[in-house]
Design a protein around this ligand. Structure first.
Ligand code: AMP
Length: 419
């Protein structure tokens, strides 16, 4: 137990951390281009926020939350996603104050009691954006183009964008009824989850991964045929703008979210080689959420992407940068007096901004040269009793083994000159 990590979590070890830093760097670069500003919210919130902000009938809330009572008897939940927290922060800190749309992004850990497998974890990391305070379909297109640009900037290929509109509470009422009429005679064929979704959240039956439910959904009525004028115009404009931006997409009537505060645009980027975990980025409009969380009605749209899945896709396509670990200088000391001299030099080189190292323990020249080689040092600086007596050091170029003598008096200056 003591040496075993909890199921569904992962250590990110040296060597892998570099991949994460690379990805996070790309994220920060692109967020700057699109003028999204970083926000950091707590890892845990009052449970109530997620019940409201995600919805009590969703799988995340019903089955996947890490909820506990703290010592002050409050119900607390580790965040399973970050949109609700961002909306809470937006309201609590009155970010709407300046009247402008707020463009925010986050990177961080999320927690879901999910069934762990490749690309699915209990602690995972999301990069997400939220644009709060604008209803123009132009911003929907901008956010989707942003997501496409982000994936493209990593070099990822074969990623497909699926698009749908889930309408608004007005047009969804009629559609919901039609959908229930469609599924009522097929209730027996649905999985247990979908049978309970039938009354509470029938749209969700459409995106159930169970084969029987998918078969039963064949020929189901499509929400796009039920959109009200406002939602239809918005959807048409969005498609026009995406074409202007050169973003390819296909329409997918099964892409749904069942809750009232999800409105209009829904989208997902899929990378099929990840199989059941092919959804690498998903998002949509949530014009009802801010009001649900206690604010004034405020339109908003966002997306979230799972960084583990993006990294898996990058690995599959061999797109992760090569790791080059190297050190500028290895100091090779022979004898105790030389070791003290070299330790002093080591610290001075580091103060000058050079990566420098020396071996521990009293090792032979051969062993130390071997370690210098292993650390990919550019130069080895060899100092023994003889060199100390002559007040010189031998500086060896590790790539061609060329050596030269350098007076100790000018050694620091010379080593730091060709930094
Ligand atoms: P969602 O918040 O469920 O819309 O998920 C957004 C994105 O987060 C998905 O497209 C995945 O890339 C990622 N994701 C969701 N759940 C997990 C999980 N358990 N493990 C890893 N990534 C996940």
């Amino acid at each position: 137990m003591l040496t075993t990590i909890p199921r569904g979590t992962k250590d990110i070890l040296p060597g892998a951390v570099e991949d994460w830093l690379y990805l996070e760097g790309k994220i920060r670069d692109i967020c700057r281009l699109y003028q999204f500003k970083e926000i950091r919210t707590p890892m845990f919130e009052h449970t109530e926020l997620f019940l409201r902000g995600i919805g009590e009938t969703t799988d995340v809330v019903e089955k996947e939350m890490y909820t506990f009572t703290d010592r002050g008897n409050r119900s607390i939940t580790l965040r399973p996603e970050n949109t609700a927290s961002v909306v809470r922060a937006y309201l609590q800190n009155k970010l709407y104050g300046d009247g402008n749309v707020q463009k925010l992004f986050y990177i961080g850990s999320m927690f879901r009691y999910d069934k762990p497998q490749a690309g699915r974890y209990r602690e995972f990391h999301q990069f997400g954006v939220e644009a709060i305070g604008e209803q123009d379909a132009l911003i929907d297109a901008e956010v989707i183009a942003f997501a496409a640009h982000f994936l493209k900037s990593l070099g990822l290929k074969d990623v497909a964008l699926k698009l749908n509109s889930v309408g608004c509470p007005t047009c969804r009422t009629a559609y919901r009824k039609r959908l229930q009429d469609f599924f009522r005679p097929k209730l027996e064929q649905l999985c247990d989850d979908c049978r309970s979704r039938f009354e509470r959240n029938p749209l969700r039956i459409l995106d159930c991964k169970n084969e029987k439910c998918q078969a039963a959904s064949e020929g189901a009525p499509e929400i796009v045929d039920y959109l009200c004028d406002d939602c239809r115009t918005h959807f048409e404009k969005l498609q026009q703008y995406l074409k202007v931006a050169g973003v390819d997409f296909s329409l997918d009537a099964r892409l749904v979210r069942g809750l009232d505060y999800y409105t209009k645009t829904a989208f997902e980027f899929k990378y099929e080689p990840l199989g059941a975990q092919s959804a690498i980025l998903g998002g949509g409009r949530y014009d009802g959420l801010i009001e649900e969380c206690g604010g004034k009605p405020t339109p908003a749209i966002g997306f979230a992407t799972g960084l583990e899945r993006v990294l898996l896709a990058l690995e599959k396509q061999n797109l992760l940068p090569q790791k080059q670990e190297s050190c500028d200088i290895s100091l090779i000391a022979l004898g105790e007096a030389a070791r003290s001299y070299c330790f002093d030099m080591l610290n001075k080189l580091r103060q000058k901004g050079l990566c420098a190292r020396m071996s521990y323990g009293d090792k032979s020249m051969r062993a130390q040269i071997k370690q210098a080689d292993k650390s990919s040092s550019r130069l080895a600086v060899i100092i023994g009793d003889d060199e100390l007596a002559k007040q010189i050091a031998i500086v060896r170029n590790m790539s061609d083994s060329e050596q030269k003598e350098v007076p100790l008096a000018s050694l620091l200056e010379e080593l730091s000159a060709d930094k």
